[in-house]
Design a protein around this ligand. Structure first.
Ligand SMILES: CC(C)NC(=O)[C@H]1CCC[C@H]1Nc1nc(Nc2ccc(C(=O)N(C)C3CCN(C)CC3)cc2)ncc1C(F)(F)F
Length: 280
């Protein structure tokens, strides 16, 4: 039974939930296992302190996150069922992902098999095709923002950096003619940013480290803008996988492999579980 309705429909309060064990600490507060009393539905309750949100000036970002995520329905996107607030805190009622955080799993395994990596990348590509179809760009695809569902399937969470590109076009109000280059430039960053990030994620799944890692931020920045992509000799990775990554990590965003073409790439076709569920 569903924790009913979208973000706005129902007035939730803390009394509607039995609070369980802490699941961990998010950026702006703790996350608890919780059960909605009338439906017995298990959820994750993310508690955010208003003071911290105001201090960090992320209130508008949180509003956008709730607005966007509460309207998305996809097996590989974590549901946001609703929210409520009291004097000091904002509470997000989120889908509980029983198998926890992907980045911890990647740390434990060091790197994933090609089958596991391809299965995850294909499921994320399908989720991003769905988002882009709704003019939503995630903009923050990375291991820390991925959770693992009951069947071992990936769930994209944390839409804090996502944008609804329609808004940007609306704020551009029609003509670009009067905009300075830097604003026209920022309009350029489109849904293809998620293809780049998915390519970085695929590399990190296979090698255990991101492709442009460096000691200093300035060195990482340089390696990214120069697309200084190198494949280490170990662990051994198939040339098909390297080919896919090389087609995603392309500087010119319009030349990156489109997500629907990714799903037809030989490495994905030969390695990804069709269901999106990887069983070790
Ligand atoms: C995407 C976002 C950036 N990340 C987050 O929000 C993080 C911040 C803290 C928790 C997580 N948020 C969520 N976590 C879950 N499930 C979950 C998490 C951790 C464990 C786990 O390994 N333990 C409890 C272990 C059990 C064993 N002991 C030893 C360590 C903790 C098991 C299940 N479902 C929904 C959420 C959500 F997102 F809805 F809030």
């Amino acid at each position: 039974s569903e924790v009913s309705g979208s973000a706005a429909e129902r007035r939730w309060t803390l009394n509607d939930f039995d609070i369980g064990k802490p699941l961990g600490k998010g950026k702006f507060g703790h996350v608890y296992l919780a059960r909605e009393k009338s439906s017995n539905h298990i959820v994750a309750l993310k508690v955010l302190f208003k003071s911290q949100l105001q201090q960090s000036q992320v209130v508008h970002q949180l509003r956008r996150e709730v607005e966007i995520q509460s309207h998305l329905r996809h097996p590989h996107i974590l549901r946001l069922y609703g929210y409520f607030y009291d004097q000091k805190r904002v509470y997000l009622i989120l889908e509980y992902a029983p198998k926890g955080e992907l980045y911890k799993e990647l740390q434990k395994c060091k790197y994933f098999s090609e089958r596991r990596a391809a299965t995850y990348v294909a499921s994320l590509a399908r989720a991003l095709i769905y988002c882009h179809g709704k003019h939503v760009i995630h903009r923050d695809i990375k291991p820390e923002n991925l959770l693992i569902g009951a069947q071992g399937e990936l769930k994209i969470a944390d839409f804090g950096w996502s944008v609804h590109t329609f808004n940007r076009r609306r704020t551009m109000c029609g003509t670009l003619d009067y905009l300075p280059p830097e604003m026209v430039e920022s309009v350029e960053h489109d849904a293809n940013v998620d293809i780049w990030s998915l390519g970085v994620l695929c590399y990190e799944f296979l090698y255990g480290v991101p492709p442009f890692e460096a000691k200093e931020h300035s060195d990482t920045y340089r390696r990214i803008v120069q697309v200084d992509l190198k494949f280490p000799p170990k662990p051994i990775v198939s040339s098909a996988a390297k080919d896919l990554i090389s087609q995603m990590l392309v500087k010119d965003s319009s030349q990156r492999l489109p997500l629907h073409k990714l799903l037809e790439h030989p490495w994905i076709v030969q390695n990804a579980e069709p269901s999106g569920v990887y069983r070790s």
